[in-house]
Design a protein around this ligand. Sequence first.
Ligand SMILES: Cc1cc2nc3c(=O)[nH]c(=O)nc-3n(C[C@H](O)[C@H](O)[C@H](O)COP(=O)(O)O)c2cc1C
Length: 151
Amino acid sequence: MKTLIVYDSVFGNTAKLAQAIAKALDSKAVKVSECTEADLQSLDMIIAGSPTRMFKPMPSMKSAIKGLPDGSLKGVKVAAFDSRFAVEESDSKMLSFMANKFGYAAEKMLKGLEKKGGTAAAEPIGFFVSGNEGPIVKDEEKRAAAWAKSL
Ligand SMILES: Cc1cc2nc3c(=O)[nH]c(=O)nc-3n(C[C@H](O)[C@H](O)[C@H](O)COP(=O)(O)O)c2cc1C
């Protein structure tokens, strides 16, 4: 099965999660800015990953998904993950409220992939990082690998 993980990352945490997922699936992870036409050929599954920024995916991920031709993911399994604030580290009720209301990157990317014809292989999922720059919360890379294997 040919699976591709396409991600973006500012501080490197989502990149590490993408690599953990790629390793678990014995597949390749590419940064969205470096993704080629050849990478997208004959895919069985595509997994999108992005940091959550202002409740959304990175603009790069959003436009890459939007730019896929309509119907191009027909017959392709799709999944999405994000990295996000470890909300439990914050005692800000406002932040929790906003996150509940406006959501996270993964659900938005998954919707975009489904819109292009893909079939969701799993619920969108988020992995926690400490603060803005990380590091990734303990055992989240393991959780990411386990999630990938469940797809
Ligand atoms: C400008 C900015 C906006 C952010 N917005 C959110 C947000 O809405 N929700 C959230 O959970 N985390 C938010 N974060 C935390 C990021 O998700 C965190 O920086 C990211 O997971 C780190 O991933 P990266 O190392 O791959 O860039 C934000 C961080 C920055 C710098």
